[in-house]
Design a protein around this ligand. Structure first.
Ligand SMILES: N[C@@H](CCC(=O)N[C@@H](CS)C(=O)NCC(=O)O)C(=O)O
Length: 252
C-alpha cells in the first residue's frame, strides 16, 4: 500500500449496490479503479445527488477527491493528481506510453461515455429499469416529475454532442462498429498501452464495464460477443477490484 500525503476521501454518488460496480457513475468507477491501481488507501463519502457536494465542485459534478481538505474535481484532474502522488502508477513505462494513455483516457471519457449515457437515458428498451434504479428511492411526488424532466435534458445534451442526433439506429450502428474496432485493438495480454496498467485502462473500464450491467442488456450482450475485449476488461477488473470493502466515511 502506498501512503498518500494526506487522507484521501472520494466524494461520490450512493453505491450502485451491484457487486463489482461501485457506482452507476462511470467517472466514479474510473477513480475507484485508479486509486486501486496506484495502491492508495481511501475512504468513501456518499451524496444522494451531486448538489450535496456543490461547495467542493462549482460545476456540480462528481467525483471529487479530497486530499486532506483540498478538493480535486474532475476525474482526469484526479487521475493526474494520483499520478503525481505515485509517479508511474497510471502512465506506464515511458513518455510515449504516457501520451497514449492520456489520449485513450480522453477517448473513453468523451466517445465511450456518449454510448453509456445514451444506453441508460435515451434507449427506450432500458429506460424503464434505469428509471427504477435511479429514482425509486425518491418520494413519489418528486418521482412523478423529475425523471422525465431530467431525461429530456440529458437526451438534449446527447443530441448536442452528436451522439443521438441521427437517432437510435445510427447511434447503435456506430456503437457496434466501435466495439468491433476495440475488439481488434484489445491487447490479448497485459493492458491497453503496454504491460502496466495506465489511465487508459481505468477510463475505458469505467465506461465499458458500466455497459455490462443488467440495466442495459442489449449493450451488455454486444460486449459479451467481443471475447478479446471482454477478457481484457476482466483483467482490468481483476487488477483493480477491491478485495475487502473500504470504510464508508459518512453519508453527506
Ligand atoms: N468531466 C467530468 C464528468 C463527470 C460527470 O459527468 N459526472 C456526472 C455523473 S457520471 C455528474 O456528476 N452528473 C451530474 C450533473 O452533471 O449535474 C469528470 O471527468 O469527472
Amino acid at each position: 500500500m502506498n501512503t498518500p500525503p494526506a487522507p484521501l476521501t472520494l466524494c461520490e454518488f450512493v453505491d450502485a449496490g451491484i457487486p463489482g460496480l461501485e457506482s452507476y457513475s462511470p467517472f466514479c468507477v474510473k477513480v475507484h479503479r485508479a486509486l486501486r491501481a496506484a495502491d492508495l488507501p481511501y475512504t468513501r463519502r456518499h451524496g444522494a445527488h451531486p448538489g450535496v457536494f456543490k461547495k467542493l465542485n462549482p460545476t456540480g459534478q462528481l467525483p471529487v477527491l479530497l486530499v486532506g481538505d483540498e478538493p480535486v474535481a474532475d476525474s482526469t484532474a484526479i487521475l493526474r493528481r494520483i499520478e503525481a502522488m505515485v509517479p508511474g502508477s497510471l502512465t506506464g513505462t515511458g513518455p510515449r506510453e504516457a501520451a497514449e494513455a492520456w489520449l485513450w483516457e480522453d477517448y473513453a471519457d468523451s466517445c465511450l461515455n456518449g454510448y453509456l449515457v445514451a444506453s441508460r437515458w435515451a434507449d427506450e428498451r432500458n429506460w424503464p429499469s434505469v428509471k427504477i434504479a435511479y429514482f425509486n428511492a425518491m418520494p413519489a411526488l418528486i418521482r412523478a416529475v423529475l425523471p422525465g424532466r431530467m431525461r429530456a435534458k440529458v437526451v438534449g445534451a446527447l443530441v448536442a454532442r452528436d451522439v443521438w442526433r441521427a437517432g437510435a439506429a445510427k447511434c447503435w450502428d456506430r456503437f457496434e462498429a466501435s466495439l468491433d474496432q476495440l475488439e481488434v485493438r484489445a491487447p490479448r495480454d497485459g493492458f491497453w498501452v503496454g504491460s502496466k496498467i495506465t489511465a487508459a485502462d481505468v477510463a475505458i473500464f469505467g465506461q465499458l464495464h458500466g455497459l455490462r450491467s443488467a440495466l442495459t442488456p442489449w449493450q451488455r450482450e454486444q460486449l459479451a460477443q467481443r471475447k478479446g475485449l471482454s477478457a481484457y476488461l476482466d483483467r482490468v477488473d481483476a487488477r483493480t477490484r477491491l478485495a475487502a470493502p473500504e470504510v464508508v466515511a459518512r453519508a453527506a
